[in-house]
Design a protein around this ligand. Structure first.
Ligand code: COA
Length: 175
């Protein structure tokens, strides 16, 4: 378990599949996230049960509030490339009443700290839709820099959006 100032990051249980399914079906939560094909609750449950244990290749952790022990989101470091010590970060807070309270920043900082200190990563990267200002703000607060822009890389509701590549190198984690 990783403990920050506001959240604890811990492994997910298969019994939490229903919560994931609810978040994945909330249009506001997934507004700026890559659109997979719709999954039934049974399919998500099967995926959770069959999931490999956390490893260097893929670390997926639930975000739980420290005060109430409530599961509010997920964070992941994956697509790790050992040759260059890099991994890609994904995060979402599925419980919308928890947005804007500092949980996303704390969770992002803790998973990045884990990546640099424990996994010996050299860099962490992510792609974010240019309009997702709350997420960009979180990433910049934690120490990510904007590295590049891919035009028309995301399509939602019939409109194209640019995506921003953000990276953070070891030694750049803020706070
Ligand atoms: C993006 C997300 C993880 C942020 O988590 P959070 O817990 O709400 O973030 P925090 O409360 O730690 O910080 C949010 C920051 O963004 C700012 N913010 C919020 N809405 C904003 C907006 N529309 N424009 C600019 N800044 C905004 C907040 O003021 C805060 O900054 P501050 O601390 O300087 O005041 C969360 O909103 C989320 O999961 N969204 C849906 C999924 C998603 O988009 N994931 C990222 C995919 S790349």
């Amino acid at each position: 378990m990783l403990t920050g100032k506001l959240v604890r990051l811990r492994a997910m249980e298969p019994s939490e599949a229903e919560t994931l399914w609810r978040w994945n079906n909330d249009p506001e939560v997934v507004r700026w996230m890559g659109e997979g094909y719709p999954e039934s609750l049974a399919q998500i449950t099967e995926r959770c049960e069959d999931r490999n244990r956390n490893s260097y290749d893929n670390v997926l952790l639930g975000i739980e509030t420290l005060d109430e022990g409530r599961l509010i989101g997920i964070v992941r470091l994956g697509d790790t490339e050992p040759e260059i010590g890099s991994a890609e970060l994904d995060i979402y807070i599925g419980e919308k009443d928890c947005w804007g309270k500092g949980y996303g920043t704390d969770a992002t900082r803790e998973i990045c700290r884990y990546g640099f200190d424990r996994m010996r990563l050299h860099s962490i990267e992510l792609w974010v839709v240019a309009e997702n200002e709350a997420a960009i703000r979180v990433y910049e607060k934690v120490g990510f820099s904007r590295d590049g822009r891919r035009r028309d890389a995301f399509r939602r509701d019939g409109k194209w959006h640019d995506m921003i590549l953000m990276t953070m190198l070891e030694g750049e984690l803020a706070g």
